[in-house]
Design a protein. Structure first.
Length: 137
């Protein structure tokens, strides 16, 4: 039992040190746990309130865009999508299916990374290139 407790502490330490926000869902899309890192201004609700809720059911509220969850369940393979929150945050979501020994979907692990600055820098670079081409002409 002590070994499992220590393993859990190690896992929590690893999850909280990763840059990405990690969500662990069951095979139906119910949030089981999440890492300590939160993407500022992405969630409009305290994530503790989401534990035990099906994230696919929250899509109509705009709290979570569950396309990634549906895609992982349907395709049964790793899926990457970009999402934008109502607050304007751009997030890269990568969903990974976890299967049991019989090949049944058991968990879905989603890594969320804030790419808002990257998207803004890309847009600024495109504008600078357009200006450069304009000046060349």
């Amino acid at each position: 039992m002590e070994y499992v407790k220590n393993l859990n502490k190690d896992l929590q330490g690893i999850l909280s040190s990763i840059y990405d926000e990690i969500l662990v869902l069951d095979a139906k899309g119910v949030l089981l746990r999440y890492s300590g890192n939160l993407i500022k201004d992405f969630w409009e609700i305290d994530k503790e309130q989401l534990i035990g809720l099906n994230l696919m059911e929250l899509e109509h509220e705009g709290t979570f865009f569950s396309a990634i969850v549906k895609m992982v369940i349907e395709r049964r393979k790793k899926v990457s999508v970009t999402q934008e929150s109502r607050s304007g945050k751009n997030v890269l979501a990568v969903g990974n299916p976890i299967f049991d020994e019989a090949g049944r979907l058991e968990r879905i692990v989603i890594a969320l990374r804030d790419i808002t600055e990257t998207v803004m820098l890309k847009e600024e670079l495109l504008q600078a290139k357009k200006m450069s081409e304009k000046y060349k002409k």
